[in-house]
Design a protein around this ligand. Structure first.
Ligand code: HAM
Length: 429
């Protein structure tokens, strides 16, 4: 007989982990509310063309793409941004701006399974549509920081850059967009030498090559110092200088909030997705070398999908990776402990009474499991202990005649007879 297992790269989440994933999702949803992001639900299956348009070679080549039975070329979404941009280009075209949209769900990338890299994973995703202002970019960084704090993560570091710096230089050197994309892909993978080879082959000036080599080395956590170095380096490349100025404004706003956020500014930082046009960032914890979240500004995607020109900025957080980080930092879930009760009928004929009492308890918001295995009381109590339940409600004939049951406190190992109308108070009390 065949023994079925999960498909390679796919995982089951058992109760402990499922609870944690949903907890993080809940926190992310709360952050969305606090910042005014309205939740939407978009389909897992989208047209391949939409998803592939600006995903970048790395993501594009790893999409779960197939023809559906109607012969349409479709794919499982590898990210949310394309779907949200599609909506804003079509159905939400005439909505007043800014539009703040939140989604959460599963995504699919045929990545090589390894630590923190899965073929099915979850994101919380926030998109701010319609604002080209640095306060929009600052909001996305702040919101990410709020989520990290809200789940209790410590020592987060934001890696920040600006696509406009590298692209500004390459544009002025007339490097084709396609070639620029290749260069950015390699930079994203930190293959700087290969990236610089392509720059060289693209027929750029000697000066450009020197500048890019130096840019790659400029990084540090002293924001104004790093920005000054960057600006000096790209002198003469107007758009690149503007990009540095833009980054300065964004980071100034972030610092003016009074929130202390650890940052590393990297001039040669690039991200795999091709739609970015401005500030880009990722967030890390020291215990892991993979990003917990990433995002940035993409001002031309909605237009590319046939919508009005709409500047946009957004971020997605990997829920699976946040869970891993919480486990590494040993952060407990801040959930309210609710009392759990096992209801046990003493004999067959009292099953109906047990169900009736269970219904009454649940109606008052108490978590109830009913004994459904036909076990005797002692066995049922052992089982309730094993399940770490707080109370057992034992429904017996003699007590019922008095309108009462026996309640056993499983932690303290004490029991007493209690009138049915008093059970809720006693358990909650
Ligand atoms: P991304 O950097 O591709 O950006 O993904 C964001 C986050 O999703 C990553 O930082 C990581 O935590 C998680 N993630 C990505 N791939 C995997 C994987 N294979 N396994 C586990 N977790 C993964 C985006 O997706 C953009 N759409 C973000 C964005 C929104 N930019 C603007 N708006």
């Amino acid at each position: 007989m065949t023994v079925f297992r999960t498909v390679r790269g796919m995982r089951d989440f058992l109760p402990e982990e499922a609870k944690m994933m949903k907890y993080i999702e809940g926190r992310a949803r709360r952050v969305a509310q606090l910042y005014g992001y309205k939740e939407i639900i978009t389909p897992v299956v989208e047209s391949y063309e939409l998803l592939a348009a600006k995903a970048g070679e790395e993501v594009r080549s790893r999409m779960y793409a197939f023809k559906d039975l109607g012969g349409r070329k479709v794919a499982l979404r590898p990210e949310f941004t394309a779907s949200v941009a599609r909506l804003v280009a079509t159905t939400l075209r005439n909505e007043p701006k800014p539009l703040r949209l939140f989604c959460v769900g599963s995504l699919y990338r045929y990545d090589e399974p390894q630590k923190g890299r899965f073929r099915e994973f979850w994101q919380s995703n926030y998109e701010l549509m319609g604002s080209s202002k640095p306060e929009g970019d600052a909001e996305i960084i702040m919101l990410t920081n709020s989520l990290m704090k809200s789940v209790g993560l410590k020592n987060c570091v934001f890696k920040v850059g600006h696509v406009g710096v590298l692209r500004g230089v390459l544009n002025q050197e007339n490097v084709e967009e396609k070639v620029q994309n290749e260069i950015m892909q390699l930079m994203d993978k930190k293959q700087y030498e290969d990236a610089l080879k392509i720059v060289e082959n693209a027929g750029t000036s000697e000066k450009c090559l020197v500048i890019l080599k130096k840019l790659v080395e400029i990084k540090g956590s002293k924001v104004s110092q790093v920005l000054r170095k960057m600006k000096r380096q790209v002198e003469g490349y107007g758009r690149a200088v503007d990009a540095v100025e833009n980054l300065r404004e964004i980071l100034k706003l972030v610092s003016e909030t009074g929130e202390k956020i650890d940052m590393v500014i990297e001039a040669g930082f690039a991200r795999g997705l091709e739609y970015y046009t401005g500030m880009i960032f990722e967030v890390y914890v020291p215990e892991m070398d993979i990003a917990l979240g990433g995002g940035g500004r993409y001002d031309r995607l909605i237009e590319l999908f046939g919508g009005e020109p709409t500047p946009a900025v957004g971020v997605a957080h990997g829920i699976d990776r946040i869970m891993m980080a919480m486990q590494k930092q040993k952060i407990p879930l801040r959930t309210e402990e609710e009392k759990t009760v096992m209801v046990i009928p003493v004999k067959e004929e009292l099953k109906g009474e047990a169900l009736k009492i269970s219904r009454m308890l649940r109606g008052s918001g108490i978590l109830v499991e009913v004994e459904v295995m036909g076990r005797r009381v002692t066995k049922a109590l052992e089982d309730a202990d094993r399940r770490k339940m707080d109370y057992a409600v034992i429904v017996g004939e003699r007590e019922l005649k008095e309108g009462a049951v026996v309640i056993r406190n499983l932690k303290r190992r004490e029991q007493k007879t209690v009138k049915i109308e008093r059970i809720v108070d006693m358990i909650k009390g």
